[in-house]
Design a protein around this ligand. Structure first.
Ligand code: ADP
Length: 488
């Protein structure tokens, strides 16, 4: 099938090639010119008997270089040989029948050999030019592929010469350091690090000069002065004679990972501290009640146990929040949602916090009838607990804390407002992110992990609702969240 195709295809394309017809036309024109004197004689066109037509026919034969070179250009060696042979056929009649010179065939044969030789030479020359161009194109394509690869990889690539000056960086490397590629080229490696970095890099360069290839962490200075933490995979470059010519490094940005590690360390120390404080109170209170029991009044013993119970509750809430977050993190948060009335959940949670903080005034503000919502009641309790506990923590004793609920279109809006320290507009934007504790809270010595609002946000969003805050510094804050109303 395939060979059939080729067999039929080839001749058709050759015949369709217009160059074949141009070459034939030129050939015919050359032949007519070659025999024009004979034709004029035969026809008796005495007025056309110009001198030029009667000069040496060797010169006329020169015209045949045109079709031969043309054919060599288009059809290469084959074209040159065929046109040269056809020229021979054209020369033969004159040589045999007309030429008055001795050895008439020898000269055309010699001429045709030269014709064919020149044609073959031209076609070989053209072949080698084409081959050269093709090789150049292949080289360009492979260089282009290599360039695209270097430019698109996520890793930075940095090459320095033997004096540690930058000779190459890919765009990713420049981007990591906040420079443009042009800005980095030619600059000394040491200009991208602080003094300590220079000391370490000097030592590392020495190792590179001894041909040691290694992976290590390094701290660079970005253009804006911030730090880039990176893992480098470096190896030495050598000259043809094997002497040290510089180094090449694959650079991976691990700044985010470093930040996370730092965050993890901070988190562990914060959690340990947050766990230890209530435990100290609990053990202290229980031990005092046990050892000093006989000397204490029933009222004092009750107060000690109440303190212990409150701290235990705070501890349990903290652990509950951590558990919820770890479930969200592992995509294992399962809601047990059903149609429930929020009234009871709100009242129970408010009662619990009223018990814990009797100094605050709690107001519950709800219409008599509220549509049921689709929610997980334990999770709803946690959201409310976190918000009301914050209202208690961040507002003065005696302050009013209002918990309200009202239907709005397809949602029930539930809110907790206080008369506390309030939150600036800039701080409001970062509240619901992990470990956000505002400066004021830390200065006031209020305990917390900065995770309560994040847990609220994750739980509200898992219910298909939204959470936001409206606040004015010094005047108090109101946290709102929505839950979907069960359609009747
Ligand atoms: P925590 O209270 O454990 O620090 P949260 O995630 O619950 O963590 O709150 C994050 C931060 O938001 C708090 O540290 C506090 O600075 C601020 N905040 C939360 N609720 C209020 C509020 N009602 N009034 C003022 N600031 C608040």
């Amino acid at each position: 099938m395939q060979t059939d195709n080729i067999r039929h295809h080839l001749p058709i394309t050759v015949w369709k090639n217009p160059h074949l017809w141009y070459i034939t036309a030129i050939m015919m024109a050359c032949a007519i010119f070659y025999y024009l004197d004979t034709i004029i004689e035969l026809m008796g066109w005495s007025r056309l008997q110009w001198w030029v037509l009667y000069t040496v026919h060797d010169l006329h034969r020169l015209l045949f270089f045109i079709p031969v070179v043309y054919a060599a250009y288009i059809f290469r060696v084959k074209g040159a040989i065929i046109t040269a042979l056809i020229s021979m056929l054209i020369f033969l009649p004159r040589a045999i029948l007309i030429s008055p010179y001795p050895e008439p065939i020898l000269r055309p044969i010699a001429f045709v050999i030269i014709l064919g030789g020149v044609g073959i030479l031209v076609s070989k020359l053209l072949d080698s030019i084409t081959e050269h161009k093709r090789a150049e194109q292949a080289l360009w394509e492979s260089e282009e592929k290599y360039r695209q690869l270097i430019e698109s990889i996520h890793e930075g690539i940095w090459v320095i010469d033997k004096d540690a000056c930058t000779t190459f960086v890919n765009p990713r490397m420049a981007e990591m350091l906040g420079y443009t590629v042009e800005e980095m080229l030619g600059r000394h490696l040491f200009s991208f690090m602080d003094e300590r970095g220079v000391q370490i890099a000097t030592h590392l360069l020495e190792r590179r000069k001894h041909g040691i290839k290694e992976q290590h962490e390094f701290e660079f200075l970005r253009k804006d002065g911030t730090r880039l933490y990176a893992i480098l995979e470096t190896s030495a470059l050598t000259d043809d004679d094997g002497s040290y010519a510089g180094a090449i490094a694959g650079v991976q940005d691990i700044t985010e990972r470093k930040k996370l590690d730092q965050l993890k360390d901070d988190f562990i120390s914060l959690v340990s501290h947050e766990l230890r404080s209530p435990l100290t109170v609990i053990t202290g209170a229980v031990n005092t009640a046990l050892t000093e029991g006989a000397r204490l009044s029933p009222e004092e013993t009750r107060q000690l146990l109440k303190d212990a119970a409150l701290e235990a509750e705070a501890l349990s809430n903290l652990l509950g929040n951590l558990l919820e977050l770890s479930r969200v993190q592992a995509n294992r948060l399962v809601l047990y949602a059903e149609a429930i009335s929020v009234k009871k959940v709100i009242q129970d949670t408010v009662e619990e916090l009223r018990r814990q903080s009797p100094a605050h005034q709690f107001i519950v503000d709800m219409p008599r009838k509220l549509p049921p919502v689709y929610a997980d009641s334990l999770r709803l309790e946690r959201i409310l607990y976190n918000l009301i506990q914050n209202a208690v923590k961040y507002s003065p004793q005696g302050g009013k804390i209002r918990v309200f609920a009202k239907p709005e279109k397809q949602h029930l809006v539930i809110g907790v407002s206080d008369q506390g320290i309030g939150i600036s507009l800039a701080d409001q934007a970062k509240l619901f992110a992990p470990f956000q504790r505002l400066e004021e809270s830390r200065l006031d010595g209020v305990r917390g992990l900065g995770l309560g609002l994040l847990v609220c946000r994750r739980l509200v969003e898992a219910h298909g609702g939204q959470i936001w805050v409206e606040s004015e510094p010094g005047c108090g804050s109101t946290f709102f969240f929505t839950l979907p109303i069960v359609s009747p």
